[in-house]
Design a binder for this molecule. Structure first.
Ligand SMILES: [Zn+2]
Ligand SMILES: [Zn+2]
Length: 337
């Protein structure tokens, strides 16, 4: 393994956040209607990362979670998938203003790459750069506008997207925390309407570890992910990176929000300003199904539906593994459906 951080992750263990408490909350928007909001009774994570929450108590987290609801909105047609990073948008590479977009950690391509690698469609040892390019081509050919991000002080080989820069660490975290993450992966797989396959899951965890330990990352860096996105006409958002000497790079996420309602996302900037700078990670999981369908190659309908299910399960594992790498382990998990 060429990344000592990846090796360190193997020693850390997730504190499983389930059970969840659930209540129905009015959204205040006719377009969205009422949503069901659930919040984990314990924070999620291991404290592997630097994104630090100001909120430390369950009740405070619950109040903040409730305030999400009035900032939900329908996803803008044709908008590109942004990262689940909670920091505020400063600008985009094209000057476009996509406010309500789907969100997955890593943006369009890295989220799909996680799905492909962990579901076994890509083999250990293959250069990650090559996998990324192939997936960027596939998504573009399917008429998907690519999305990725940097932050205000990104330079050189780093994108300052924790997913692009830390891809190897994230695969390692998925590999080393498989048992601890299993209840959550099962929970979300079933919430998305798929059967959780425990044998397949064991293989996915093993593949994650093998891939992290392979030499696939030797030519990879986050800036390459950004360049590939721009080369295909994608949207690159610049997020607020905070003071130059801030080790958290402006990260102040207090929640990890999973949106299960199809076609809905968060007006992140409105949420931040309404809550005096408090942030939330946010991912829109129905987007995983769309990506899985694009990536599925099996021509037989029955086989294809199994392939989609495997990819969705793998995509969930990859997304949840981010929670072990970027945040400091004090964030509560919030689910909106
Ligand atoms: Zn990111
Ligand atoms: Zn930064």
């Amino acid at each position: 393994m060429n990344n000592p951080e990846g090796a360190r992750m193997a020693e850390l263990f997730v504190k499983a956040p389930l059970p969840m408490t659930t209540e129905v909350v009015a959204s205040g928007s006719e377009l969205i209607g009422n949503v069901t909001l659930s919040i984990s009774e314990n924070p999620l994570g291991v404290g592997g990362g630097k994104a630090s929450a100001e909120i430390k108590s369950y009740n405070e987290a619950r109040e903040l979670a409730k305030s999400l609801v009035s900032h939900l909105a329908p996803i803008e047609k044709g908008s590109s998938t942004g990262c689940g990073d909670g920091r505020e948008l400063v600008k985009t590479n094209t000057g476009e203003d996509q406010v309500v977009s789907p969100k997955l950690f890593g943006g369009s391509v890295n989220a799909a790459a996680g799905m492909q690698v962990i579901s076994g469609s890509e083999l250990p040892g293959k250069p990650y750069e090559k996998i990324f390019k192939t997936i960027a081509d596939t998504l573009t050919a399917a008429d998907r506008r690519l999305g990725a991000h940097i932050d205000t002080h990104a330079h050189g080989e780093a994108s300052h997207c924790g997913s692009l820069d830390g891809a190897q660490k994230i695969y390692a975290a998925a590999g080393s925390n498989g048992d601890a993450l299993q209840p959550l992966v099962k929970y979300f797989t079933e919430k998305l309407g798929f059967n959780f396959d425990v044998n397949e899951y064991a293989q996915q965890v093993r593949r994650s570890a093998e891939f992290a330990a392979s030499s696939s990352f030797e030519t990879w860096n986050g800036a390459k992910g950004i360049n590939e996105t721009i080369a295909r006409g994608g949207l690159v958002r610049t997020l607020e990176g905070g003071d130059h000497d801030d080790p958290a790079h402006g990260h102040k996420e207090n929640l990890i929000t999973v949106i299960l309602r199809e076609g809905v996302s968060l007006r992140k900037e409105d949420f931040i300003s309404a809550n005096k700078g408090k942030q939330t990670f946010v991912v829109t999981f129905p987007q995983l199904i769309k990506k899985a369908e694009i990536m599925t190659v099996n021509p037989d309908p029955a086989e294809a539906s199994l392939e989609v299910a495997r990819k969705v399960q793998a995509g969930i594992l990859f997304q949840l593994a981010h929670a072990l790498v970027v945040p400091d382990g004090t964030q509560y998990l919030t689910v909106i459906e």
